[in-house]
Ligand binder design. Structure first.
Ligand SMILES: *[C@@H]1O[C@H](CO)[C@@H](O)[C@H](O)[C@H]1NC(C)=O
Length: 319
């Protein structure tokens, strides 16, 4: 079985090696419209990048990134926007040297344990697959653990490295993108104390208080609730939480604009669902609401979703 190369196609596997969502009809409906957008964007991008060996960061590129990076240019744009390309060029051979050094046995063991738990349903990660990405995944995580010893390895990183490999199909690029994300874009998300992550969750709580005071008040009744309901969103950068096309559009912006994109997305989800949240009468009710808000047509339609998350269109606080 090979990943399907067409966006709208009833075959079981999507272009990234994942099984198609159960709710294929809504997906197809969304895709029917999105494909026209994709084609238009793809042509515009090709023109923009024509004869340009290096992609610079400027307002045009930023605007283009916000409207989505086509699959064929994604690896290149992520590398350029995040600064990973530059670092890779400054340190040629560095990635290979990390793999060649003597390895920490405990780190190796921990990473190994998570191998079969990383996208077990994705055909690109099945051990008998033609171009199995499992070994690449292992290498990227091992190299990263030695490169950033304060972090080493922790759960969640396997999914991030896995996504990077699916898009770039290149170990060294995935390593440098991982470094850009964990080292600069989201510092202290994955260190043992997770201070960056905790701070960002508190910031989100404050944002909600200003944008939707009633929701803020309700959430304040349950101490520690923000960690419970959103830490996975932030740690996994929405992988396995939102539909894949939506996640990739979020990552396009994340590499270009940084962590504020994660807030925008969280806020968009929460504000969209505020009426339901306000009906919650208990902690489990609230948790259920947060689970529900990540699925459905609002999150599936990635193009509109991203637009709403940028402009706050129609979701200005009304309470
Ligand atoms: C912005 O960067 C892109 C890609 O490098 C380039 O094609 C374009 O001409 C630049 N635009 C401006 C206004 O500098």
């Amino acid at each position: 079985v090979q990943p399907c190369t067409h966006d709208i196609c009833p075959c079981r596997i999507d272009p990234y090696g994942f099984e198609r969502p159960q709710d294929f009809d809504s997906y197809k409906e969304m895709m029917n419209e999105y494909v026209a957008v994709l084609n238009r964007r793809s042509m515009r991008w090709s023109k923009l990048l024509q004869d340009k060996p290096n992609v610079e960061k400027n307002l045009t590129v930023k605007r283009y990134v916000r409207k989505g990076v086509p699959k064929e240019h994604r690896a290149r744009i992520w590398m350029a926007a995040s600064g990973a390309q530059e670092l890779m060029e400054i340190k040629p051979g560095y990635y290979q040297s990390l793999l060649a050094m003597e390895h920490d046995a405990k780190l190796k063991e921990t990473i190994h344990t998570d191998m079969h738990r990383t996208f077990p349903d994705n055909i690109l990660f099945k051990t008998h697959a033609e171009e199995c990405l499992q070994k690449d995944l292992f290498n990227v995580l091992l190299a990263y653990g030695h490169h950033n010893q304060a972090v080493g390895y922790c759960q969640g990183m396997n999914f991030i490295a896995g996504y990077l490999l699916i898009i770039t199909k290149d170990e060294e690029k995935s390593f440098w993108l991982m470094d850009a994300l964990l080292g600069r874009i989201l510092p202290d998300y994955y260190s043992p104390a997770m201070l960056g992550l905790k701070t960002d969750q508190e910031v989100l709580g404050e944002l909600v208080k200003t944008k939707a005071p009633a929701v803020g008040q309700l959430m304040a009744q349950y101490p520690g609730i923000w960690t419970l309901v959103v830490s996975r969103w932030f740690i996994c950068l929405y992988i396995d939480i939102l539909p894949i096309e939506t996640v990739l559009r979020i990552w396009d912006c994340l590499f270009y604009e940084g962590s504020k994109v994660l807030f925008r997305v969280a806020l968009t989800l929460i504000l969209h669902q505020q009426t339901e949240i306000l009906r919650a009468r208990s902690l489990p009710d609230v948790c259920e609401c947060f689970k529900q808000m990540t699925s459905g047509s609002f999150t599936l339609d990635c193009h509109t979703f991203m637009q709403v998350s940028r402009e706050g269109q129609g979701y200005k606080c009304t309470h």
